[in-house]
Design a protein around this ligand. Sequence first.
Ligand code: FAD
Length: 463
Amino acid sequence: MPQQERIRVAIVGAGIAGLTLAVALNAFDSEQKIAVDLYESAPELSEIGAGINVWPRTWEILREIGLGDALIPLFDHYPDLKPRVIWEIRKADQKNGFKVIDIMQNGGALRIHRADFQRSLINYLPLAGSGVPVNTTCTLHLSHKLVDYSLSISSTASYPNSGPVTLHFADKPSKTCDILVGADGIKSTVRRLFLSRLPSPERYVKFLDPIRTGTVVYRGLVDKEELRKASPGHRALDHPGLTYVGKGKHAVVYPVSGGKYVNVVAAVHDKSKQGTTWEGQLHQEVSQSEFYDRFVGWEEEFQTLIHCIRRPTRWVLQALNHLDIFAKERVFLLGDSAHAMAPHLGAGASVGIEDAYILASLLAHPSIPHPLSMQHLSRITDIYNNTRVPQAMSRSKASSDQGHLFALSAPGFERFAEGDDVPRDMLVDLFHQVEENWSWATSKADIDRRQATDLLLESRARL
Ligand SMILES: Cc1cc2nc3c(=O)[nH]c(=O)nc-3n(C[C@H](O)[C@H](O)[C@H](O)COP(=O)(O)OP(=O)(O)OC[C@H]3O[C@@H](n4cnc5c(N)ncnc54)[C@H](O)[C@@H]3O)c2cc1C
């Protein structure tokens, strides 16, 4: 289809969610009716952070949109549905730490380095000359920081914003599009503008800025060879995933980069900071001793891991209050810009990938005409809100609950302090709850996709 007749989708933000949307649109756009412009404020595509957990539900989506062969060699194990340990839980805030239980799941967790993951997504962007088969055309615009957008007002009373969207960038000419997707992360500019233009914008003030979850995390990678030298036979050398827990703190430890490194994310929880705001730097390099001092008295094998992290970083974790609308008229929010959440379920990126999967399925659906009619767009926004808002909200709530459980802050645990002995049966019951909270990870995303597209077909009958 000629470029000028295509539905023009502007994606603002080339993080995991925005990149997945571009790749998913290309996978589903069999009629070749969509053109994507991907705008990213950074001068190059890069990713900070280390490991990421990909769950069986998310893996099915990534495979369906064509990333299977690229990702399989980058995971720590072959994706199948064999029962696997996702975490060995250890009570570790004492010298004589001990195993509580193994948390098991069919398919386990696929662990991957973020940079490897993001690179695979970039390699599958349907850019001209990239060698990727192109259904949806895609143009990447780096150094494009969106600062504002405007909706054109038309005289059609039922659809007042039916003209194209104009995008305004810092120091760059304005551009237009038919659909704007804000995938610009937790501090999203698109979210701020979108919410301020809804009817009764005062209702949405508490969703404009992120709030603290109450947790800071120390992160770092351990080179396995160094760990082997420092502590031959260390448990983390050959383990699929460990969680060291103690009162008010916990740490997850798992292999990335095909087992070359061990990723360590150690959380210190402080309920009094929950819901407060933070103006300082969100992440920064800190000394080894700062990290070490927070875990004095913990079992030795965990302290050995900290000693092997040369350049730890400290992250102040933030999340969003649970927003109840992700789309209206021509504007959609996707990924962290809609629902940034605590990381304790390892689900934030996965929910963004699901948003992209559902939105791409709706926009590329054969029943969607080009040029787009506002009636069809209105059905898509309704379906996107009705399907994505509840999923994101439930995953976000479960993520923060999981943090409380890991920190031994559940009801009944008030009497224990860091380093205290806790009856084993209490710990076992608690971590069975933790295991239960991961049951979504093996559910099927294609059922949600079918539900969304069935709703689209039903609504077509009514148009
Ligand atoms: C410690 C920790 C561990 C985690 N572990 C996991 C895990 O195991 N599994 C999991 O699924 N999730 C995990 N997450 C969550 C996950 O990292 C995020 O949910 C995910 O990376 C968000 O992706 P995104 O694309 O929505 O946003 P981002 O990655 O923030 O991307 C937004 C992009 O938009 C760009 N941008 C911003 N503003 C503008 C603008 N105005 N104009 C143009 N471009 C702009 C930014 O430069 C950036 O490239 C974890 C998070 C943390 C903090």
